[in-house]
Design a binder for this molecule. Sequence first.
Ligand SMILES: Cc1ncc(COP(=O)(O)O)c(C=O)c1O
Ligand SMILES: Nc1c(O)cccc1C(=O)C[C@H](N)C(=O)O
Length: 434
Amino acid sequence: MLPHTSREEARGQAREHAGNDARETSGTSRAYAASLDARDPLAGFRDRFRLPPGVVYLDGNSLGALPDDVPAVVDDVVHRQWGTDLIRSWNTHDWWNAPTRVGDAIAPLIGAAPGQVVCGDSTSVHLFNALVAALRARSGRSVLLADPDTFPTDAYLADSAARLCGAEVRRVPAAEAAEVLRAEGTGVAVAAYNHVDYRTGELRDVAGITAAAHDTGALVLWDVCHTVGAVPVDADALDLDFVVGCTYKYLSGGPGSPAFLYVARRLQAGFDPALTGWHGHADPFAMEPAYRPADGIARARIGTPPLLGMLALEAALGVFGEAGITAVRAKSLALTDLFITCADELGLAVATPRPHARRGSQVAVRHPEAHAVMAALVDRGVIGDVRPPDILRFGFNALYVSFADVVAAAEALGDVLASGAHRDPKYTVRNTVT
Ligand SMILES: Cc1ncc(COP(=O)(O)O)c(C=O)c1O
Ligand SMILES: Nc1c(O)cccc1C(=O)C[C@H](N)C(=O)O
């Protein structure tokens, strides 16, 4: 099919090709989407989020939509807990234990038993801390195996952690990591990979890479920013060592909401991170002159946590716990299947792998004028984003994206491309940061 055919033209071609009326069987009609929505067991969760009318929101993989439970909690935290109860809230509202309490609320979403997840700080900070802890835990080894396609902050921090610890970063694509780990023998200290490629949406083989690393005695660190809340992460079952993730994407914790770190229980006693802040001390209010680590996951705490964000996140998590990750994953795959079918009909180059086992919860489409196309789409109320050099990203949060949204987004994309609306000069000048 030609690259920029309109959606109706593309459908016509598909019908001719199939030799029948494919409108229903092609499964991309509005009626078909409505029938899927009518049968969707998660459909009721959409009302638990506040989305502006007329918007199809496909950027929840960057900033999740606002859960309905959050504003009242934030109001209470600001006016009562902070405004009235003041410093007493560290005790009366148990602010002090929020990092481990919220960590335990995140734990089931990554397949972790309680006592192994701490919340607070950013993904970047936890990544750095855990990478240094991993390199120190394998100090006889000198290689930090890293993902060449990783999100930039992971790459920058891997370089810095390696420099600090006298290690060398070796960048090996995820598809080759298991083989390289086996070939390297005992050289690798830690393998640090993203669960999903943030550009293409490719899902990595966590079990295979982790097993290969463990066979040689290396540790693993998985960045699950693009999967937590959308794809199951089996931290305990797969024997993962460290897991970091953010909470402002699929978990809808809010802009800048704190990240989390999982440290497997068996590694906690030896956890020796770069940043040994006073909240991770065994007895913080003894104000001792020297650092003495707390027991358990509390030693992964650093400094004063961002409580407004953390308590907003805590309120947001309820809805994810109720829905259950298995149902979320099933719907997410159905949504991305449908969008891929639509993109195929439009003749677009889909960069996201098609097998379910290799796909996260986003669909990436390549287009040479990606930025302008997305700007025109956003003006039509369909919000996704772009990543260089040519990727249009569409993220699907199963709790608030409907099948009707998928078809509406594809129709808008088809209209933009067929009309050439993206060539309007107002779209060709790049003036946004995200
Ligand atoms: C895979 C990945 N890691 C890390 C980050 C960001 O980390 P931070 O929240 O510290 O900016 C992102 C997104 O911003 C990401 O997609
Ligand atoms: N973390 C972000 C930010 O601080 C500003 C704007 C966007 C983001 C994102 O989350 C980007 C996202 N991680 C990505 O995959 O590109």
